[in-house]
Design a protein around this ligand. Structure first.
Ligand SMILES: [Zn+2]
Length: 346
């Protein structure tokens, strides 16, 4: 049994309780933590605000233990625990959370690329209320709004198809291309591109954020898709990874550890952004009820990819406790441990 005292230590001021925590979990008092003692730490760490303990797979527990047992003697000694405390436990208990609201713009809700006309027939306006509630009730360390922000001659617009040469390998010719088809433009290198209706043209009504979306004064806007020749689904990078947006630098500036991502469209820009956030190494949380998409099968694929890469998918009602470090997910703890492992092996 884990003493209540030990659980409280993890909720205690993380600045001054490292030694107390070590001592509390070093049950046999041998001055080092074995796997069983580390298991108790994980049981105290990975639980929600109502005391429910999340299970952690045995193989993952062992993998995490191995990250911190640097000298591979089967124990986490005090020095190794110092690293574990500063780089892992502290972040799990006191994450720095960024909220990223993707492309909640008029064109995707009621304009030229109204997603309710796409196969999943979802209503983009439904994301506004839960997003506003989060902005009003949760204290994020940083808030970002991204905007799809295209010049008039953008490569993704079907009515610009004649402006650029197609590659001979393109499955569809310029004459036969229809909206939502994927073509291949001539390179070098050849570039796949899905064709969309003209949308989110810079400084038009369609590119404005929806008027009902709550705007925070100190939030940061991130513009993407501004290069006429390259599309940009991810808020981090354009689709060819030629140029990053200002988001990477802004997140580093804030020392963000966790990113909550939602908005439009689930299986396009939201999904691409979440995949990039995970690849960069962020603990990544996708907000299911604050996102709407284009195609049901693609939405499922997006969820699978996020889960497979140690991200988590939650509803907005769970966010406040997570941001406040009271609901601590093992998937995110595992993700962080794997990042520490890959960073230390460089
Ligand atoms: Zn676009």
């Amino acid at each position: 049994m884990l003493a209540t005292e030990s659980i409280d230590l993890l909720n205690f001021d993380v600045e001054c309780s490292m030694d107390a925590c070590f001592t509390a979990f070093d049950k046999n008092g041998d001055g080092k933590l074995d796997l069983e003692e580390f298991r108790l730490i994980c049981r105290a760490l990975f639980r929600n605000d109502k005391g429910k303990i999340y299970s952690l797979e045995e193989t993952k527990l062992k993998e995490i233990f191995d990250v911190f047992d640097k000298n591979k003697d089967g124990y986490i000694d005090r020095e190794e625990f110092t690293f574990c405390w500063n780089h892992w436990i502290k972040i799990i208990v006191r994450p720095i959370s960024a909220f990223l609201i993707v492309d909640v713009q008029n064109d995707f809700i009621s304009g030229t690329l109204n997603i309710s006309n796409c196969s999943a027939q979802q209503n983009g306006a439904e994301v506004i209320e839960p997003i506003n509630r989060l902005l009003e009730t949760v204290h994020f360390d940083a808030v970002f709004y991204s905007l799809d922000w295209h010049p008039s001659d953008h490569v993704s617009f079907i009515d610009n198809i004649q402006q650029r040469e197609l590659d001979p390998s393109s499955p569809v010719t310029a004459e036969n291309a229809k909206t939502y088809d994927t073509v291949i433009f001539a390179g070098p290198p050849p570039m796949k591109q899905r064709l969309w209706p003209r949308h989110c043209v810079q400084d038009t009504w369609g590119s404005e954020l929806h008027q009902d979306l709550k705007m925070l004064d100190n939030a940061i806007k991130v513009y993407k898709g501004t290069n006429p020749d390259v599309d940009s689904y991810s808020v981090f990078w354009d689709n060819k990874k030629l140029t990053d947006t200002t988001l990477c630098a802004q997140l580093r500036l804030k020392n963000a550890t966790d990113i909550y991502i939602c908005g439009l469209a689930y299986d396009v820009c939201v999904g691409a952004t979440a995949v990039d956030a995970l690849a960069i190494g962020y603990r990544t949380i996708l907000l299911d009820d604050c996102s709407r998409g284009v195609d049901l099968l693609d939405i499922e694929k997006t969820k699978n990819t996020v889960n497979k890469n140690n991200g988590v998918i939650v509803n907005s009602s769970q966010v406040k406790a997570m941001v406040e470090g009271r609901d601590r997910r093992p998937e995110l703890g595992y993700k962080l441990a794997m990042e520490l492992k890959s960073n230390s092996s460089i």
